[in-house]
Design a binder for this molecule. Structure first.
Ligand SMILES: [Zn+2]
Length: 191
């Protein structure tokens, strides 16, 4: 299998998992990896659960970014420039995003969330929460010390050593947010 086929296979499997786990919809979310100073990222407008081979776009770190790269490429690039992460996954998790509308840091209340999201997950609040330079800097700075970051009214970015690590952290974040919000509702009913 060629390197391009291998990367496509990783992105395709991850895209299907992300959709099945309700972490992305049909037309949102993006995935990238850094490999030998080259960035491989999903195409602008690509459907993660139905990725095709030409939905993987690549460019050199520090080089020209193709027009067809995901609109969130500034965030992915900033993460690679400012951190040691070799993979970035961007998702639109419903519960975690809803929680981020009301808090500045998501602190898990369940054991799994506390273990994997140590210290909690910062919430970035910016005036243009999609594809902006401000978003890129804020997300990259947060991912330098946290495995994931929430963006108010948008979603979450996860950075790590590989795509499936990022996927697992995104799943834990959303599961933990569900438990957090259900606890809030139950407490509200009891008081
Ligand atoms: Zn998004």
């Amino acid at each position: 299998m060629s390197q391009c086929d291998h990367i496509f296979s990783i992105f395709k499997d991850a895209g299907e998992w992300l959709f099945q786990l309700s972490l992305v919809g049909l037309k949102n979310g993006n995935i990238s990896i850094r490999l030998n100073d080259r960035i491989y990222i999903t195409r602008k407008g690509a459907s993660l659960p139905a990725l095709k081979k030409d939905d993987v776009v690549s460019f050199s770190l520090g080089g020209h970014v193709p027009e067809e790269a995901s609109s969130e490429w500034p965030v992915h690039l900033a993460v690679y420039e400012r951190t040691a992460h070799n993979a970035v996954v961007h998702v639109h998790p419903v519960y975690a995003t809803a929680a981020a509308g009301h808090i500045r840091r998501f602190v898990p209340v369940d054991v799994e969330g506390k273990y994997y999201l140590k210290g909690g997950v910062p919430v970035v609040v910016v005036s243009e929460p999609a594809g902006s330079g401000e978003l890129a800097v804020c997300v990259a700075d947060a991912l330098a010390y946290s495995p994931c970051v929430l963006v108010r009214s948008h979603g979450a970015f996860v950075g790590g050593s590989d795509v499936f690590y990022c996927l697992s952290i995104a799943e834990i974040l959303e599961r933990s947010a569900k438990i957090f919000m259900l606890e809030q509702i139950i407490q509200g009913v009891k008081t």
